[in-house]
Design a protein around this ligand. Structure first.
Ligand SMILES: [Zn+2]
Length: 199
């Protein structure tokens, strides 16, 4: 029988559903929240609530932001001629941390997965094509993950972008097949970005 009062066991159950947390760490976090100063726990709860009401996506690249434009799109020092296409914001952050890329991004918010009903209309491909029309883009670097869906998305993008006369490259070097950009170390990512090649 569960020895905890219902509120506590509910919290543990909810926390253990979060990515990367099992029941053991969920229990440890719940116990910590119970013992921490009330102001700390309250601030955390408020922060979680504010997350959904405050964070929006950038109107240009779909990175997370609190402003209409994200900090990268509004940075005049970024190279506007290079756009790196990623699946999600976590991948963007990983590339940013590598320091190897000074252009701007386009966050697809997913990958093509026909079996799950995710086609080109369900991810931000139309918006990418619109950027190609309206911005002075010299090169589009495709940095989807080296998974089967990431590869399929990359090839789909290559085809439709080339049809429109864009120069398209794909990061390749150093990222292991079946790997995940957001868990790739900084140096591997840096090499992958520097070693990108036309495909
Ligand atoms: Zn942006």
């Amino acid at each position: 029988m569960n020895p905890y009062p219902p509120i506590l066991s509910n919290l543990i159950r909810k926390l253990s559903r979060l990515p990367g947390l099992g029941e053991k760490s969920a229990t440890r976090i719940a116990m910590h929240l119970l013992k921490a100063p009330e102001s700390e726990t309250r601030a955390l709860a408020e922060n979680i609530l504010q997350l959904r009401s405050t964070i929006k996506t950038c109107s240009v690249c779909f990175n997370f932001t609190e402003e209409p434009l994200c900090s990268i799109c509004s940075d005049p020092a970024r190279n506007i001629g290079e756009v790196c296409v990623v699946e999600g914001t976590a991948d963007l952050l990983a590339i940013e941390q590598s320091g190897a890329f000074k252009g701007r991004y386009h966050v697809l918010q997913g990958v093509l997965a026909p079996l799950d009903g995710i086609g080109p209309e369900q991810i931000r491909i139309r918006e990418l094509l619109a950027r190609l029309e309206s911005e002075k883009i010299n090169e589009i670097i495709i940095a989807t993950n080296p998974s089967s869906e990431g590869e399929a998305t990359a090839h789909y993008l290559l085809q439709i972008l080339r049809d429109r006369g864009a120069r398209v490259t794909r990061i390749a070097y150093g990222i292991p097949m079946g790997g995940d950009l957001k868990y790739t170390d900084r140096i591997t990512l840096e090499r992958a970005m520097k070693g990108r090649q036309a495909f």
